[in-house]
Design a protein around this ligand. Sequence first.
Ligand code: APR
Length: 250
Amino acid sequence: MNDLFKQAANDLVAAKNVVALTGAGFSVESGIPPFRGKGGLWEKFNPMEYAHIDAFMKNPTKVWNVLLKGLKEIIEKAQPNDAHKGLARLEELGILKTIITQNIDGLHQKAGNTDIIEFHGNFAWHRCLDCDKRCETERIDLTVIPPRCECGGIYRPEFVFFGETIPPQDLRRSELVASQCDIMLVVGTSAVVQPAAFMPLIAKGAGAKIIEINPEKTPLTASISDYLLMGKAGEVINGIMAEIEKLLSH
Ligand code: APR
């Protein structure tokens, strides 16, 4: 793997415009479970029953009790891990320009990255279904489920449920940065949910090198990724960053 750390470090230092696409695997080492694979949330709950907008509108109490309450507690406790810190350092070095994240945990912001497209929105804010008033998640009172706004309306998270569209400005900007990058780092995503999983194909089509980091192969590995660093995001990014610091110290 060491040779791959060196290869990735050389590629990244030589790049002019690196974009990262991150998924739930990126935050596993921060204590947030992924959705698919080992320990995945969707192994326990059926996403169509709890994470679809129709399910939420039909029974907000159930979705708040089974999915959202737990998610709030886990996310509030989560801190950036080595992988998040590595991408913040890559931005500091002027190598990484933009992160397209599918994650709603806000950990890339907490780590210090400044240009982040939250493809599936975020869990930092909630909005009243009736009057559209926004409320920061940390100020949502969970003694009453579902939590309600002063107007009596129910609060919903600002993330994108299944059955909802990606905010058009985020989709358009993601397509644009994917078409302009010379490297796309694809980290911690099973690459099965569209249209997020289409971003690496746009980058590849525009001539970018696709570097994948994941303990497992994904549908991208064989045909789209130039190479896969098989391992956990924190360990692999630590290894790459160590090689980059060596390159830059000469
Ligand atoms: N480091 C890196 N990758 C990891 C780690 C780790 N420590 N642990 C697991 N993974 C990988 C898994 O191998 C898998 O490929 O992370 C990926 C997690 O896949 P998913 O749980 O499907 O996450 P993601 O691809 O982000 O899901 C996409 O689906 O449910 C929706 O909206 C939700 O944004 C989410 C979307």
